[in-house]
Design a protein around this ligand. Structure first.
Ligand code: ZN
Length: 657
C-alpha cells in the first residue's frame, strides 16, 4: 500500500479545509481504497457566521463529488452542534435524516452531505477518513473475520458489528462511544463495510489509514492469499459476437430497455468464472448481488441464453415480492454475468454504467478470491444486501436520474468515421446516447474521442477479415449492433469514360460498393438481434439521381450501393431491420475538399466560393453536421415506419426535383 503523502505538494494546501482536500485526493487516487464513491472524509473547523459568532463546522464530502478530484466546494458545511443533537435522537428515518443534514448546512447551495455525515460528527478528532478498502473487506468477509481483524490490529481499532448504513449505524457507533471506550484507538473497522481512521492533522489521519490497510494487506500476503490464480483454460478462440448479441437481446427484452453489455476474457476474469464454487461464492457478493451465472462449460447456444433470461426473471420476481416499492425489470436487470467462456460480462444503461459495474466486480473478484484462499468467503446474509440495494435513499437517487437519451443502451457503427460526414455522424449518435464504434483507415480514429462509449478502430473496409475483427470487437465491447452507418467512400479525380482504366473503376467499386456488401453481410446477424430493431443508413449521393460528367465510376458505385440498400430493405424487413439512404450534395467541410480545390471548381463555373457552396434551390450551405443529424434521425422513432427510402440533403437540386 503506497503512502502518497508528499511534503512539497502538501505545503501548497494551507488551512484545514485545503489540507482536507489534499489528503482526500490521495485516498481517491487509490482504487483499492476508494472506488466509485465508496468512501468519504471530513474536517471540523471553526468559522465565523454573518453575526460574527464562532461556529464549529463539519466539512464532509458532498454527494456527486469524487474524492480523487474533489475541491473545497465539494465539502458540505454542516453545523456540528446540529449533527450532534441529531445523533442523540432515539429514532430518525433515513429520509428525515437526509433532510435534516441539508437543513444543518450554512450554505444552501452546497452539495448534499454524505449520508455518513453524522458518523464523522460523533468522532471527536479533527480529521476523519473513511474508506471501503478492499483488504479490510477481504478480512471481515472471510471465515472468522472478526477474529482476524483482532489478530491484525489488536487494540488499535474499535470493531463495529455490521449495521446497515444510515441512522441505525449512527446509533450503534454512538452507543459504542469509541473515544471514551478505546482512547488508544486510531481507527474503527466496520464489519462487512469498511474502515475509519482519525487524527488531529490531515497527515496523521491519512498515514493511519494507509498503515492500517497496509497491515491487512501484509496479513493476506503472509497467508499466501494475495496472488490471484490463473485461468484453468482459455476458451476456444473464435467469435463471441453472436452469443453476446443474443444474450444482450434476451436481457434487454426482459428489461424493456436496450442495455450495453461488455465481455472481458482476461486471465483474472476467466480464472474467477472458472472456479469450481463460482456459483456459491458469487451469489453472496458484497458489491453486486444482482447477477446471474452459468457454470457449465458448454458452448453458449440459444437454450443457455434463454436460461440466463429465466434466471434473471426468477431473480426479479423474488426481489419484486420483497420490495415495498414497485420495481421495474430494469431496476432488477443484472449488472454482472459470469460465464466460463464469455468471462466477466458487465451490463449497464450506458457504456459508462457497464464500466462501473465491471470495475466494482473486479474488486469483488479480488476480495472473494483472497477470502476463499484464507479459508472461505462469507458475505452478509442476502436480506442485508437487499435492504441496502432497495434502501429508500438509493431508490430516490435512481428517480433523480431522469429520462434516458433516445439511443441510450444502443450501439452504432460508422465507417469513414475520422473525418467529414462520418466524424459528424459519430458526434450526432453519441449526443443521442448511443455507444459508437468508428472505423477508419486513418489511425487518428483511435484517439477521436476519449470516452467509455466510443471505440475507434483502424480498419481498411476492403479487408473482409479486418471487418470481421471489427464486428467482433464491437460485440465484445458493447454487446451487439443496432445501427450501421455506411459512409466510407472515395471521390476520385474527374476522368471521362473514354479514358477510365479498369483498375481505377475496380478500385472505386471495391471501396464504395463491395466493402459495404461485406459489412452488411457480417452485421446482419447482430442487427437482427437489436432489441429495438436494426437500422442501416447508407450515405449515397446526389450523383445517383443526377450524375455529372467525369464521375462515372463514383456515380455507378453509389447507384449500385443504393440499389443494394433497396434490396436489403426488402429482404431484411422481416428481421425488423430498416434500411434507408441519404443523398447529400455539395458538402464541402469534408476531407475531400481543400480551399484550393474549392477555388478552382468555383472559378470553372464563373462563381465565387460562397456562390459555389450555396448553388442550390434554397441557397443554403449543406454541412457534414446537417447530413449527420438526418442520418441519426433516420435511426430514431420519426423514421420507425420508413424503410427503403431515399432522402436528399442538398439544399434542393433542380435536376433532382
Ligand atoms: Zn461507508
Amino acid at each position: 500500500m503506497q503512502n502518497r503523502w508528499n511534503d512539497q505538494d502538501a505545503a501548497a494546501f494551507t488551512g484545514p479545509l485545503a489540507q482536507r482536500v489534499y489528503t482526500s485526493r490521495l485516498l481517491g487516487a487509490d482504487p483499492s481504497l476508494v472506488l466509485h464513491g465508496g468512501g468519504n472524509t471530513s474536517v471540523k473547523a471553526a468559522q465565523k457566521n454573518i453575526f460574527g459568532e464562532e461556529e464549529t463546522i463539519l466539512y464532509v464530502k458532498g454527494s456527486g463529488w469524487d474524492l480523487a478530484t474533489i475541491e473545497a466546494p465539494g465539502f458540505s458545511p454542516c453545523r456540528l452542534p446540529t449533527l450532534l443533537k441529531l445523533a442523540k435522537l432515539s429514532e430518525l428515518s433515513d429520509t428525515d435524516m437526509a433532510r435534516e443534514l441539508l437543513v444543518s448546512m450554512t450554505n444552501p447551495a452546497a452539495p448534499a452531505p454524505s449520508v455518513e455525515a453524522i458518523l464523522h460528527a460523533i468522532l471527536p478528532q479533527t480529521f476523519v477518513d473513511h474508506t471501503h478498502a478492499d483488504a479490510i473487506i477481504t478480512l471481515t468477509n472471510s471465515v472468522d473475520g472478526e477474529a482476524r481483524i483482532r489478530e491484525v490490529f489488536g487494540d488499535q481499532v474499535v470493531i463495529v458489528p455490521y449495521v446497515m448504513p444510515g441512522f441505525k449505524l449512527v446509533r450503534a457507533i454512538a452507543a459504542l462511544d469509541p473515544a471514551r471506550a478505546a482512547p488508544q484507538a486510531i481507527g474503527m473497522v466496520l464489519l462487512n463495510h469498511g474502515i475509519f481512521s482519525w487524527g488531529e492533522t490531515a497527515k496523521e489521519s491519512y498515514d493511519r489509514m494507509i498503515d492500517l490497510v497496509d497491515l491487512a494487506e501484509d496479513y493476506l500476503k503472509r497467508k499466501s492469499a494475495w496472488t490471484l490464480p490463473a485461468a484453468a483454460f482459455r476458451p476456444a478462440s473464435g467469435t463471441l459476437a453472436a452469443p453476446l448479441a443474443a444474450l444482450r437481446k434476451g436481457i434487454s427484452t426482459l428489461a424493456g430497455f436496450p442495455l450495453i453489455l461488455s465481455a472481458h476474457t482476461d486471465e483474472v476474469a476467466l480464472a474467477f468464472t472458472q472456479r469450481a464454487n463460482v456459483a456459491l461464492v458469487s451469489q453472496q457478493g458484497p458489491a453486486t448481488p444482482d447477477h446471474v451465472i452459468r457454470t457449465k462449460r458448454v458452448p453458449l447456444v440459444g437454450r443457455e441464453v434463454a436460461q440466463y433470461a429465466q434466471d434473471y426473471k426468477a431473480y426479479f420476481d423474488t426481489q419484486a415480492a420483497r420490495s415495498p416499492q414497485k420495481l421495474t425489470m430494469l431496476d432488477a436487470a443484472p449488472r454482472v454475468i459470469l460465464d466460463p467462456e464469455l468471462g466477466l460480462v458487465a451490463l449497464g444503461r450506458s457504456a459508462a454504467d457497464a464500466a462501473i459495474a465491471e470495475d466494482i466486480y473486479r474488486h469483488t473478484i479480488e476480495i472473494i478470491t483472497r477470502a476463499e484462499t484464507l479459508g472461505g468467503y462469507r458475505a452478509l446474509p442476502v436480506t442485508d444486501l437487499f435492504d441496502m440495494e432497495y434502501w429508500e435513499l438509493e431508490q430516490a437517487k435512481l428517480k433523480r436520474q431522469g429520462a434516458p437519451k433516445a439511443f441510450a443502451g444502443e450501439v452504432a457503427l460508422v465507417t469513414g468515421a475520422a473525418s467529414g460526414i462520418g466524424k459528424a455522424c459519430v458526434v450526432s449518435l453519441l449526443a443521442r446516447g448511443a455507444a459508437v464504434v468508428g472505423l477508419d483507415l486513418n489511425p487518428a480514429i483511435t484517439e477521436l474521442h476519449k470516452r467509455k462509449d466510443f471505440l475507434g478502430l483502424t480498419c481498411d473496409v476492403t479487408d473482409e477479415a479486418a471487418l470481421a475483427t471489427a464486428i467482433e470487437q464491437a460485440a465484445r465491447r458493447f454487446g451487439g449492433l443496432d445501427m450501421l452507418v455506411l459512409n466510407a467512400g472515395i471521390f476520385p479525380a474527374s476522368r471521362p469514360v473514354a479514358e477510365l482504366s479498369s483498375t481505377e473503376w475496380t478500385r472505386v467499386m471495391q471501396i464504395n460498393l463491395d466493402a459495404n456488401l461485406a459489412l452488411m453481410r457480417l452485421a446482419h446477424p447482430l442487427l437482427k438481434l437489436a432489441p429495438r430493431g436494426g437500422r442501416v443508413v447508407v450515405i449515397g449521393s446526389k450523383n445517383v439521381p443526377a450524375p455529372g460528367p467525369g464521375q462515372s465510376a463514383y456515380s455507378a458505385s453509389k447507384a449500385a450501393l443504393t440499389q443494394l440498400a433497396r434490396v436489403a430493405a426488402l429482404e431484411w424487413g422481416a428481421d425488423g431491420i430498416r434500411v434507408n439512404t441519404l443523398h447529400p450534395n455539395a458538402v464541402f467541410d469534408t476531407a475531400l475538399w481543400t480551399e484550393e480545390i474549392l477555388q478552382k471548381r468555383a472559378a470553372s463555373y464563373g462563381l465565387t466560393v460562397e456562390q459555389y457552396k450555396t448553388n442550390n434551390v434554397l441557397h443554403v450551405e449543406v454541412t457534414s453536421r446537417d447530413v449527420a443529424e438526418l442520418a441519426a434521425e433516420m435511426c430514431g422513432p420519426l423514421f420507425s415506419k420508413t424503410t427503403g427510402a431515399q432522402v436528399p440533403v442538398d439544399g434542393g437540386n433542380d435536376r433532382v426535383i
